[in-house]
Ligand binder design. Structure first.
Ligand SMILES: [Zn+2]
Length: 268
């Protein structure tokens, strides 16, 4: 936050988590690029609007074969998924869901025109749904060698005066854009100093982001149980062992139908 109360700057480097997601989702090309941008954007949006909550974002566009999902929680966990589209006519939307531990949810859906870059879409989302005026900048590259997933957002606070806003916007869109490749993208603290452009500021928080998946054996057992008792009893008769693979992290779980029946019995 700048000491004059005019701007809040948030920067992040989630390259290591994004590398993991791209690898696990076997993402490539335009989809990999957009997926990585969504990952960075989800962290910046969470930190801008609701740092302690869970933020899930889904981008669905006709030009993308898959829906792209980014999911981040207040304890610094980040994950992502690439889901094949449903085959029906695809929607063109960005859906953002916030959830609290208690289960309370808040969802916004905005139109996501294909010609909008992810960063432009985020500015539109923050303005339309959160009444936050911001400048969003993403710096993401996916190559065979390396995934770079960085970005920053400058939020204009109510204290900001017109002159200051104009100067800051010009600084970001002219001065910083020109030197885009020279910016210290992978060092968020240094990046913030560059963006602050001589404003005095105080660093309010600094937290690590890492990839992690929320899957568990229990969760898959519950999933199989939802098929219904008859189905599970049939599988048990045939002594099938069920191999399930988590989409999020690639973990493989071998589950016996007997285990599922045991759980169903214990809940009755
Ligand atoms: Zn998993």
């Amino acid at each position: 936050m700048t000491n004059d109360g005019a701007f809040r700057i948030i920067a992040c480097d989630v390259s290591s988590a994004a590398t993991k997601v791209v690898e696990l989702q076997k993402s490539s090309g335009v989809e990999a690029q957009k997926l990585v941008e969504m990952l960075v954007a989800s962290v910046l949006v969470r930190e801008t609007t609701a740092p302690n909550r869970r933020v899930q974002m889904r981008l669905s566009q006709p030009s993308l074969p898959s829906d792209l999902l980014a999911d981040t929680t207040g304890d610094g966990i980040l994950r992502g998924l690439q889901r094949p589209g449903s085959g029906e006519e695809k929607t063109t939307v960005l859906q953002v869901t916030y959830s609290l531990r208690g289960g309370e949810m808040h969802q916004s859906i905005i139109d996501a025109p294909a010609e909008f870059s992810v960063q432009k879409l985020m500015m539109k989302y923050l303005q339309e749904s959160e009444q936050i005026i911001s400048v969003f900048r993403l710096h993401c590259h996916v190559t065979d060698v390396k995934t770079v997933a960085t970005g920053y957002v400058v939020q204009l606070l109510p204290e900001a005066e017109r002159e200051g806003i104009v100067a800051m916007t010009r600084h970001i869109t002219e001065a910083l854009d020109v030197s885009d490749n020279q910016l210290p993208w992978e060092f968020p603290a240094e990046l913030i100093a560059k963006v602050a452009d001589g404003h005095e500021y105080t660093l309010l928080s600094d937290e690590p982001i890492k990839f992690s998946c929320s899957c568990s054996r229990q969760r898959f057992i519950l999933g199989i149980a939802s098929l219904g008792r008859d189905e599970v009893e049939n599988m048990a008769k045939e002594e099938e062992s069920l191999e399930t693979v988590c989409d999020g992290c690639g973990s493989v779980y071998n589950i016996s139908p007997h285990e599922v029946l045991q759980l169903m019995d214990s809940r009755n």
